[in-house]
Design a protein. Structure first.
Length: 209
């Protein structure tokens, strides 16, 4: 999936984000973020969705039949998603300070996964978001993961610079993001030990970011 192809389908062919996502076997959030990262403006211009086959129409009809339209047919917009997220988090944090919704959701999920250390108070959650949402190293890794179509080996993985087995904690100063692949390779080595090991053994990989 190349950005040039995605851009052409969006700006020239006027495909919808979802149609492009289906074409490349991914989801529309990734497509949207790829376009934004490359300076393409997301607009409300009328676009061409993939025509429904008769089988697809029947499947959608069968699935939807009898379902209560709780939102009265209104499409959930980004503002509503943020509002729902804020409600689930029970937070007073201004989530609008983090404009990339998909990246925000990614980081918020990590605060929930490590709730005891990163998400138990608004102070801890905000400190984590502020540190990594705007961190150049994290963003380089996150963008590469997105551009890869969310390759599992490039997944941004929380790493303890001093490993937990060596007494490392969840203090923000001890956390960084590396790829899932590199985190598995690093194992229980501390950050400095791992860097020395890579240098001494000339260990390199396109999966190291």
């Amino acid at each position: 999936m190349k950005i040039g192809e995605v851009t052409k389908l969006y700006e020239v062919e006027l495909w919808t984000l979802r149609r492009i996502a289906d074409h490349f076997g991914t989801n529309h959030h990734r497509i949207k973020n790829m376009l934004i990262a490359n300076g393409v403006q997301i607009t409300n211009q009328k676009r061409f969705a993939k025509p429904f086959s008769e089988e697809r129409k029947k499947a959608v009809g069968d699935k939807s039949r009898g379902r209560i339209a709780w939102n009265k047919g209104e499409r959930t917009n980004e503002s509503s998603v943020r509002k729902m997220m804020k409600g689930r988090m029970r937070t007073k944090i201004d989530l609008d300070a983090y404009p990339d919704l998909y990246k925000l959701q990614f980081l918020v999920k990590l605060t929930s996964r490590h709730f005891q250390y990163l998400g138990c108070t608004d102070e801890k959650r905000k400190a984590f978001l502020d540190k990594f949402y705007f961190d150049p190293a994290f963003n380089t890794l996150y963008d590469k993961w997105q551009e890869s179509g969310e390759d599992k080996w490039l997944y941004p993985s929380i790493d303890h610079m001093v490993s937990k087995n060596n007494g490392g904690t969840f203090e923000l100063s001890n956390l960084q993001f590396i790829t899932w692949f590199e985190n598995r390779a690093k194992a229980d080595m501390n950050h400095d030990e791992w860097e020395e090991f890579k240098k001494a053994t000339n260990t390199k990989s396109d999966l190291f970011v």
